[in-house]
Design a protein around this ligand. Structure first.
Ligand code: PEP
Length: 251
C-alpha cells in the first residue's frame, strides 16, 4: 500500500503573517490525515514556517534548490542551507521553472541528484504542454522527462522520490485532466519506472497528480489506482479547500 502524499505549492504567494496563518491551519487540519502532507512556502518564510510546523505532522519543502554545494552563485540557495532551515522536501522540474525560467532536463536532473545527495526527499515534476498532448505525445514527453530527471539516481534513493505528473495545460488554468486521462498517464509513468528500476520499485513509488485540483475534483482523481495524492497550487492557499483535498487523499 502506497501512502498518499499531498503537497501545497504556495509559489510566489503569501507574506510572513498570512503564510504563518496558513501553515498553522494546515497543521491542525492535517493532524489525523492518513496522507503525508508537505507545504512549499517561499524561501524567505521557511524559518518562520518551520517554527509554526514544529510538533505537527506537516513537513516543510522548498520550491527550488541549487545544484551547487556552495560558493559564488549569487541568488542561489543550496540544499544544505535548506536542510539547515528545517526543510526536508524539494520540488524539482516544476513546469514554471522549466517553461517560464527555462530549466533544462539536465539541470532538473542535477538538482534532483543534489537534493537526494543532501538527504532531501524530492518531488520530481513532469508533464506535457497542450500542443504536445494534441500531437499525441503525452506519454513520450513524460517518458523523456522521467528518464532524464532520474538519470543516475540509484534504486536505493527511490524511496525518497515522488513523481508529480502535472500536465502543463492544467496548471493554474482551471482545466483538470479527466480522471481517466490522468490515470492513463500515471499508468504509463509507472510502466516506464518498471522498465528503469523493476517491478518492486515501480509499485512502491508514489505518483501524484497536479493541475487545477480542487476540493470538488480531488476525490475522484485520487481514487484512480495509480494516483497517489496530488501537488496543489491555487487551492493550497485556501485552508478549507486544502483540508478537503488532504481528506480526499486520506480515505
Ligand atoms: C502546481 O503549481 O503545481 C499546480 C498544480 O498548480 P494549480 O493547482 O494551481 O494548477
Amino acid at each position: 500500500m502506497r501512502q498518499p502524499i499531498v503537497g501545497g505549492n504556495w509559489k510566489m504567494n503569501t507574506n510572513r503573517a498570512s503564510g504563518t496563518e496558513l501553515a498553522s491551519a494546515v497543521a491542525s487540519s492535517s493532524a489525523s490525515a492518513r496522507a503525508q502532507v508537505v507545504v512549499f512556502p517561499p524561501f524567505p518564510y521557511l524559518l518562520t514556517i518551520a517554527d509554526t510546523l514544529k510538533g505537527s505532522r506537516v513537513m516543510l519543502g522548498a520550491q527550488d534548490v541549487s545544484d551547487r554545494a556552495d560558493g559564488a552563485f549569487t541568488g542561489e540557495v543550496s540544499c544544505a542551507m535548506l536542510k539547515d532551515c528545517g526543510v526536508s522536501w524539494a520540488l524539482t522540474g516544476h513546469s514554471e521553472r522549466r517553461h517560464v525560467i527555462g530549466e533544462t532536463d539536465a539541470l532538473v536532473n542535477a538538482k534532483t541528484k543534489a537534493a537526494l545527495a543532501a538527504g532531501l526527499s524530492v518531488i520530481l515534476c513532469i508533464g506535457e504542454k497542450l500542443d504536445q498532448r494534441e500531437a499525441g505525445k503525452t506519454d513520450l514527453v513524460n517518458e523523456t522527462q522521467l528518464r532524464a530527471g532520474l538519470a543516475g539516481v540509484e534504486p536505493a534513493s527511490l524511496s525518497n522520490v515522488v513523481i508529480a505528473y502535472e500536465p502543463v495545460w492544467a496548471i493554474g488554468t482551471g482545466k483538470t485532466a479527466s480522471p481517466a486521462d490522468a490515470q492513463a498517464a500515471h499508468a504509463h509513468i509507472r510502466k516506464v519506472l518498471r522498465s528503469m528500476y523493476g517491478v518492486d520499485h515501480a509499485e512502491a513509488m508514489r505518483i501524484q497528480y497536479g493541475g487545477s485540483v480542487t476540493a470538488s475534483n480531488a476525490r475522484e482523481l485520487f481514487s484512480q489506482p495509480d494516483i497517489d495524492g496530488g501537488l496543489i497550487g491555487g487551492a493550497s492557499l485556501k485552508p478549507a479547500d486544502f483540508a478537503q483535498i488532504v481528506a480526499a487523499a486520506s480515505p
